[in-house]
Design a protein around this ligand. Structure first.
Ligand code: SAH
Length: 463
């Protein structure tokens, strides 16, 4: 039996792009992933189709899976020879009981490793313009838990209150009044700047600032709860100068995980948070390519059809040179661009007169009544969308295909949520299909990334 391994993997503070490169690779390689409540579910998109995904998310006062049980899972799967990833928020060794999990593994002689993550204790402050140290304001920082084992030791409040550096409390929201009270009683100036940052680096990130004496009241007033960081120290003041929210900050979008992620990059660079919906896999099917010399025109429906066609050609001992001299017609300008990337310049784009005998390369539905090579079909989408659609502002559809994939991944409840979700369709033909699928609020934009990003900005940004 092959040797199993457990990776305690830090997922970073929330934004999925803040995962390490090694972390991404381990997710791709994993047989089993056990993940927490605070971990962004879109990270799971890196896993393979075969990986088993287990949510061991723990809610406050409601342990979904007990820690002992998690440790047992880790040991059990590793002993079966599986590559197990224990995906944890932030850094695995900053609170969150990573140390205990490692001890359980070491005790059982399990092969394990720890891959660091960016901790919310530092990056969560940076996300709102608070540098945790600064030569003028703080020459140390102290990361403290606000939550204690019932029988655990008490904090040395006098020591903590006398530190000049930045104080950061994690898991402290339930104890916020006590924390502030203890610090003041033990000598900290009640006018010390204080901030609470909730859901740092995510679309729902919120912050309030006040001072040590008034922060509890401010938090109650703005209904800010866990998970949050409590920050105390003069560096908090720098937020006013250093935090420059981007135009789409706080906007939560769903985009397809295809087309080189250019849409994703353009939207997230403006501060939006984007999660992916999964596209249905395209499964090639063997076709016999005969009598190519009968056809003077090749009509290409999609770049995928062209790729599967090329593969089949090569399998049968031929290559693209057999297309020499033929008239190549692309279904639309997007397909023409994709063909150019593959070294083929289309002679025409539809609508065009198709001269002579035509062979169409496509999938399932021919555009014309003629010779048709059905090169692939779409497999089922891997799983339901792991999202509550009420938490999104909008979803973007670059094609009818992407709309169909999205709809096929919805469960009944998500289907009902469509009427309250805004849809951006990149092309007028998709708008009608979106309305028919159950969307009420559909914005149609030209099929270009820049035009779509402008439309999103017009809808959601104040500037
Ligand atoms: N290992 C994690 C911390 C786990 S303890 C890390 O390194 O970040 C869980 C606590 O972390 C939460 O109660 C909260 O105080 C803090 N936390 C984690 N992610 C957060 C986020 N995105 N925004 C605010 N606080 C966060």
């Amino acid at each position: 039996m092959k040797n199993g391994r457990v990776t305690l993997l830090g997922a970073g503070p929330g934004d999925p792009e803040l995962l390490t490169l090694l972390g991404k690779r381990r997710l791709q390689e994993a047989d089993v992933v056990l993940y927490d409540r605070l971990v962004d579910p879109s990270l799971l998109a890196f896993t393979s189709d075969q990986a088993r995904l287990i949510n061991v998310g723990k809610y406050p006062h409601h342990h979904r899976v007990k820690q002992g049980q998690i440790n047992q899972f880790l040991v059990q799967y590793a002993k079966q020879g599986q590559r197990v990833v224990r995906l944890k928020a932030g850094d695995p060794y900053v609170f969150g009981r990573g140390g205990e999990e490692a001890q359980a593994l070491a005790k059982q002689g399990i092969n394990f490793e720890v891959i660091p993550g960016i901790t919310s204790a530092i990056a969560g402050l940076g996300a709102v313009g608070i540098p945790i140290t600064h030569r003028d304001y703080a020459s140390s920082f102290h990361v403290i838990t606000g939550h204690h084992k019932k029988d655990g030791h008490q904090l040395d409040w006098s020591n903590i209150a006398h530190q000049e550096g930045t104080l950061v409390f994690l898991m402290g929201m339930a104890e916020l009044p006590t924390i502030c009270q203890q610090l003041i009683t033990n000598g900290k100036d009640p006018a010390t700047p204080a901030a609470v940052v909730q859901w740092a680096t995510q679309w729902r990130q919120r912050m309030v600032t006040a001072d040590l004496k008034t922060i509890t009241e401010a938090v109650n007033q703005h209904h800010i709860g866990a998970p949050a960081l409590i920050v105390i120290g003069p560096v908090v003041k720098l937020s006013a100068e250093l935090w420059i929210p981007r135009p789409l900050a706080g906007i939560h979008l769903l985009v397809p995980n295809s087309r080189g992620h250019r849409l994703y990059n353009a939207l997230t660079d403006l501060g939006a948070t984007a999660d992916f919906y999964v596209r249905a896999p395209k499964v090639g099917q063997p076709v016999e390519i005969k009598h190519l010399d009968h056809y003077s025109t090749i009509l290409v429906d999609s770049s995928a059809a062209f790729d599967f066609f090329t593969q089949q050609l090569v399998k049968s001992g031929d290559d693209l040179r057999t297309l020499a001299g033929k008239n190549i017609v692309a279904k639309n300008s997007v397909v023409a661009r994709m063909l150019a990337k593959r070294g083929v310049i289309a002679n025409q784009v539809l609508p065009a007169k198709l001269p002579g005998a035509t062979l169409e390369l496509g999938s399932e539905h021919p555009l014309f009544n003629g010779a048709f090579l059905d090169l692939y079909h779409k497999g089922p989408v891997r799983s339901h969308l792991p999202f509550n659609l009420a938490e999104f502002n909008a979803v973007v559809f670059p094609s009818n295909d992407s709309l169909a994939d999205f709809i096929s991944a919805l469960d009944e409840q998500q289907q009902d949520q469509l009427q309250d979700l805004c849809a951006f369709t990149m092309g007028d033909s998709i708008k009608q299909a979106a309305l028919e699928a159950g969307f009420h609020d559909v914005i149609s934009c030209p099929p270009k990334i820049a035009a779509t990003v402008s439309a999103v900005k017009r809808r959601f940004s104040d500037d």
